[in-house]
Design a protein around this ligand. Structure first.
Ligand code: ADP
Ligand code: MG
Ligand code: ZN
Length: 627
């Protein structure tokens, strides 16, 4: 600490520096303006008068400027000489005249009459003050700014620009971090088991070094957002009882080339002093992006490249077994530079995936530890209804449920709170304020019943239908929650999903003979699914199992890019997609026409109640007939 402080200017020097500067400024200004106070008086005369005065021998000295001529009379010159013997001074009275443009005869006239004449060095006179200020102000500003920065250093507060090269790592010492352990991480048992080994390296390094084994330097956690990567890294430090140095990849990159590299160096220095420790780099992709891609813009990534190079060098630079283990996290492993992944750097990759049903139950148990639950609440029901949820989503769900219970002045959280919270998370908040008119309500009610009836026949359980507006755009919704985790979807199921999505719009067609704008989201989803069936899953008979899209991100679920296909294939894709959609649409209409009476009955009930669920809903849906 003390050593670092020495680098800063000390407070006393600061004060003096500031003071000196001030006197210098004053002096300059004073000198600069002093001549203004006794500047000579100028009299303008016509050019013709000037010429005749020369001829009469009255003119003593002439200064020829660009657009004007200044001169002194012989009598004034003599007076000035007399008044101050010794010193050369200029007379008070200056005459100014404007010559005719390009008058070439003036020099000859002056020579003939023996007048002293010359030209001012830069052509124009009198502006030397501004010239001086022009030279003087920029450095002044420069010094003022430096002084200001320096004074901020001295006051020690806030971020310090001279500190730019310091890493922004946050350090959590062993005990302070002790709060988080493996007990707080659930549902990702494989990842935990892998990291258990790291804890062992940190706790008993001797066991490994005696045998001559090299302890790995880096572990890379990859997985979708919210699955607990950051949490896991903290837990490793907590379990091993070592300091946890936390830094995010994006904190290295600055506008200035070289800053990131300096920060990386600084971070490793810090780690060496704290070893054994965990150095955690979150969002590694911010610096670790592959150097090969970047295309035309590659040169603009100078800073990131230097930072990455420094990172590679530093990782090679420290010896194995020094007790520093680097854990990095990313959700885009596919874009990382290959050099980062080779043995000796991040050679271990641990996948932290979304939890399965048992995992979700375990996570729910962790997060409900501090929460008052109603006695017989069955968390496994909630776990079953939340496939695809990551740890962060579940933590959020528990909190929403607890908030709801508190808002309703309940002592404990009930299953109903969880169900409502789940709907909120999936479909958004209820919007009671969005009031629909009678026609709109009717359209929405038929639409939702259409989804439910078609869904019941071709794609399994429907849990709830509602015409209470929710979230951003939903006027009504049909809730179809899966009962178990599915890892595959059969072709028939996929087509069934598309048919269900089109059920709403089909109901509008069957009942009203025309469609509304409310089905756009359904259509979007149905088309996406149909396109994926053709281009990703190879479900089209005509095109066969040929991949037509490039996978882009395995964890973030961003849309894929088309491979370059010929226009013939592109047209074929479009045709196949259209056919799938048309078939589904046709089937939905058929189902609804077959069940027309049921549709009417259900819709009337839904309009009265706004919500249909549970037994009531099932008694309707059990009556759905296949066409
Ligand atoms: P990531 O870094 O993978 O994006 P985080 O570790 O930041 O996700 O997780 C955010 C929060 O979600 C954690 O603080 C924790 O409360 C909760 N969480 C995520 N995964 C788990 C898990 N496996 N077990 C318990 N809680 C979890
Ligand atoms: Mg994270
Ligand atoms: Zn719909």
């Amino acid at each position: 600490m003390q050593i670092e402080k020495d680098g800063y200017p000390n407070p006393e020097k600061q004060g003096n520096f500031g003071g000196c500067l001030f006197t210098v400024v004053l002096l300059f200004i004073f000198l600069g303006f002093f001549p203004l106070f006794n500047s000579p008086s100028k009299t303008e005369v016509p050019y013709s008068q000037f010429r005749s005065q020369i001829r009469e021998g009255k003119v003593g000295e002439v200064i020829v400027g660009k657009n004007k001529v200044e001169y002194f009379l012989k009598t004034d010159l003599e007076k000035a000489k007399k008044s101050q013997s010794g010193k050369i001074t200029r007379p008070e009275q200056v005459y100014v005249t404007v010559p005719l443009p390009e008058d070439q005869t003036l020099p000859k006239l002056l020579e003939d009459n023996n007048v002293k004449f010359g030209v001012r060095p830069n052509g124009s006179g009198g502006n030397w003050i501004f010239a001086a200020l022009g030279w003087f102000i920029p450095p002044l500003l420069f010094f003022l700014i430096i002084g200001w920065f320096a004074s901020r250093v001295q006051s020690g507060g806030g971020s310090n620009p001279l500190d730019a090269t310091k890493s922004k790592a946050r350090v959590y010492l062993g005990d302070a971090n002790g709060a988080i352990t493996f007990a707080d991480v659930a549902g990702i048992d494989e990842a935990k088991a892998e990291l258990q080994e790291v804890v062992d390296f940190l706790k008993n390094p001797d066991r490994y070094t005696q045998i001559g084994a090299k302890i790995p330097k880096g572990v890379l956690l990859v997985g979708p957002p919210g699955t607990g990567k950051t949490l896991l890294a903290k837990a490793v430090a907590g379990e091993a009882g070592v300091p946890f140095i936390n830094v995010s990849g994006s904190e290295f990159i600055e506008m200035f080339v070289g800053v990131g590299a300096a920060r990386v160096r600084d971070m490793f220095e810090q780690a060496k002093q704290l070893s054994p420790c965990i150095l955690f780099i979150d969002e590694l992709d911010a610096i670790g992006k592959s150097r090969s891609d970047g295309g035309v813009f590659a040169s603009s990534n100078e800073e990131r490249e230097q930072t990455l190079n420094q990172m590679l060098t530093q990782m090679d630079g420290f010896e194995a077994n020094t007790g520093i283990i680097i854990i990095a996290a990313t959700n885009r492993p596919e874009i990382l530079d290959q050099a980062l992944l080779r043995p000796g750097r991040f050679d271990r990759q641990v996948v932290v995936d979304r939890p399965d049903k048992l995992g979700r139950l375990a996570i729910l148990q962790v997060h409900t530890r501090q929460i008052q639950l109603q006695e017989n609440i069955d968390l496994s029901l909630i776990a079953a209804r939340t496939p695809g949820f990551a740890g962060a989503d579940l933590a959020n769900l528990v909190n929403e449920a607890a908030l709801l219970a508190a808002r309703n002045h309940r002592e404990a959280v009930t299953i109903a709170d969880f169900n409502e919270a789940l709907e909120r998370v999936i479909a958004g908040l209820e919007k009671k304020s969005r009031v629909l008119n009678e026609t709109e309500r009717k359209i929405v009610a038929y639409h939702e019943c259409g989804h439910a009836i078609v869904g019941a026949l071709v794609s399994g359980q429907v849990e709830k239908i509602s015409i209470i507006p929710r979230g951003v755009g939903a006027l009504g919704y049909t809730l179809q929650l899966p009962q178990e985790d599915r890892f595959l979807m059969l072709e028939g199921e996929l087509r069934g999903r598309i048919t269900t999505l089109l059920g709403g719009r089909s109901a509008e067609e069957v009942v009203f003979g025309q469609v509304s704008t409310g089905a756009s989201d359904d259509i979007q989803k149905a088309t996406d699914l149909a396109e994926q069936a053709v281009t990703v899953y190879g479900m089209s008979q005509k095109l066969g199992p040929i991949a037509m899209e490039k996978p882009q991100s395995s964890f973030l679920g961003s849309p894929n890019a088309r491979r370059s296909v010929s226009s013939i294939v592109a047209a074929a894709i479009d045709r196949e997609v259209k056919e799938i959609i048309e078939n589904a649409h046709h089937q939905a209409i058929l189902i609804l026409k077959t069940n027309r009476d049921l549709l009417e009955e259900m819709t009337q009930h839904l309009l009265e109640q706004e919500v249909l669920e549970g037994e009531e809903l099932h008694s309707y849906l059990n009556r759905v007939k296949a066409p």
